[in-house]
Design a protein around this ligand. Structure first.
Ligand code: NAD
Length: 482
């Protein structure tokens, strides 16, 4: 029996006023229905925002450590259900069991982290010019936060928006992505059991153009945090800023790893393969370009092809790489493979769907490596969001840096090098929100800021760590001469 989920609005599990639902299916076996959800209308989303607006004032005056205790309890409820949530995530989104388990643990850690942060909320005290004045700042909640999230980290991304927003005294409405909303709804189940007051945390499922649009445009929403594609993100940014809301949008990437002539080539190939093919290439920080010094190019290509070919594809916990999330994502990847071949790139390995009984009708695609890629090819410029790596040959470090920066995106970037001067210059000159040395482009710590530059981000506010607190608070400066 497929799970049946409802919206969570004003402390109650409710049905959509439309009476309509939608289903998710298992990307490894698409005839298998995983769960059924409310197909919410704009009115459902509006009701959620109104509940949030009504509840926010009291939540803001609740002592912060008390808010933290609820977050801590929600984290521990999620921890008790770790295995169940991991399985749901694998079934609905297609990540391997190990990847899904890592993501669920990340969400739990985020709840614990922001629970502790509630003890440190406050402001700063400064010396005043007046003899009797106490001069200080207080960080107040922004108000109601509208949160819209993608399917590719369906529990971690909602968690890294929900936890700091609630910790700082905001009320929230989440609209999770329609491809894999289950684990996000489980967060609300945990918050409900942990005793979150009615109306403080709300979630409506459904489609972007209806429920999502209503959440980001409602008059009573003060802050919008959106993660997703550039196309939707730009539209959301414009609408929400026109309304004077505080907005952050975190969008796509075309993340490079530069391979220096000084690199240990085997290590470089492992780093690139992990970044490119982990999570089936469906990470915003996935490596999709290897920019390789000509002196180590042939050796690197052999090594990365060997890495790609050693990846075992299949469902669940026995394999290294799962399917893509949906038929449309699979088709998108296969289209890009065709585009790359037509552009004149050389297909070294992969390039199609694997064949065999265990793959059934699953949305699998082989880890794919293209060489002879020129920087102006679409495969070198556009986000694929599948396990496809473009290898670009360069004459020297200058050319590598120029190629790395010659894209519209700037999310994550890495270099593999044994040359400290190169590493330093890369960190300084790479146009990216995250720069890594001798590491893969994927993988983030939860207590440092995350976000992109250029078309990867609105560049307004960062997420995670203290930056999460900053986005959801507004400073009041107090001159107290009492
Ligand atoms: P998407 O833009 O299609 O959808 C994201 C969310 O926006 C979904 O919940 C969707 O329902 C909603 N939405 C769609 N239309 C809307 C509208 N008109 N108004 C309001 N909401 C609307 O993205 P996706 O396919 O779910 O996710 C993949 C994309 O997300 C990739 O481009 C990836 O790089 C990006 N991403 C970025 C980060 C980051 O932190 N930079 C992290 C993960 C994913």
């Amino acid at each position: 029996m497929a799970e049946r989920y409802h919206n969570y609005v004003d402390g109650r599990w409710t049905r959509s006023e439309t009476g309509e639902t939608f289903e998710t299916t298992n990307p490894a076996a698409p005839t298998e229905v995983v769960a059924e959800y409310e197909q919410s209308s704009a009115e459902d989303a509006n009701a959620a925002v109104e509940a949030a607006a009504a509840a926010q004032g009291e939540w803001a005056t609740t002592p912060a450590p008390e808010r933290g205790a609820i977050l801590r309890e929600a984290g521990s409820i999620l921890a008790d259900r770790n295995e169940e949530l991991t399985e749901l995530l694998t079934l609905e989104e297609g990540k391997t069991h190990a990847e899904a388990g890592g993501e669920v643990q990340r969400a739990i850690d985020i709840f614990y982290y922001y629970a502790e942060k509630t003890r440190d909320l406050g402001g700063t005290v400064k010396s005043a010019s007046g003899p009797r004045t106490n001069l200080y700042t207080v960080a107040e909640p922004v108000g109601v936060a509208g949160l819209v999230t993608p399917w590719n980290y369906p529990i971690a991304i909602p968690a890294w928006k929900i936890a700091p927003a609630l910790a700082t005294g905001n009320a929230i409405v989440l609209k999770p992505a329609e491809d894999a909303p289950g684990v996000a709804l489980e967060i609300f189940e945990a918050l409900d059991e942990a005793g979150i007051p009615d109306g403080v945390a709300n979630v409506v499922t459904g489609f972007g153009a209806t429920a999502g649009n209503a959440v980001v445009t409602h008059d009573e929403v003060d802050a919008v945090s959106f993660t997703g594609s550039g196309q939707v993100g730009e539209m959301v940014y414009e609408k929400a800023t026109d309304d004077g809301k505080r907005v952050q949008t975190e969008l796509g990437g075309k993340n490079p790893t530069v391979i220096s002539d000084s690199a240990d080539v085997e290590e470089a190939a492992e780093i690139v393969a992990a970044g490119a093919f982990g999570t089936t290439g469906q990470s915003c920080t996935a490596c999709s370009r290897a920019i390789v010094h000509t002196d180590v190019y042939d050796e690197f290509v052999d090594a990365v092809v060997e890495q790609a070919e050693s990846i075992e594809i299949g469902p669940g916990d026995e394999y290294d790489m799962g399917p893509q999330v949906s038929e449309s994502e699979l088709e998108g990847t296969l289209d890009y493979i065709e585009i790359a071949e037509n552009e004149g790139a050389t297909l070294e390995t992969g390039g199609g769907q694997p064949e065999g009984e265990r793959f059934g009708d699953g949305y699998y695609v082989e880890p794919t490596v293209f060489t002879d890629v020129e920087n102006d090819f679409r495969i070198a410029q556009e986000e694929v969001f599948g396990p496809v790596l473009a290898v670009i040959e360069v004459a020297d470090f200058e050319e590598a840096l120029a190629a790395a920066n010659d894209v519209q995106y700037g999310l994550s970037a890495s270099i593999v090098t044994d040359d400290h001067t190169e590493a330093e210059r890369f960190v300084r000159e790479i146009e990216a929100g995250v720069a890594k040395v001798n590491d893969k482009t994927t993988g983030l710590e939860l207590h440092v800021p995350f976000g992109g530059v250029k078309n990867s981000s609105s560049e307004t506010w960062r997420e995670q760590g203290d930056a999460g607190i900053d986005f959801y608070t507004i400073e009041k400066t107090v001159y107290d001469g009492f």
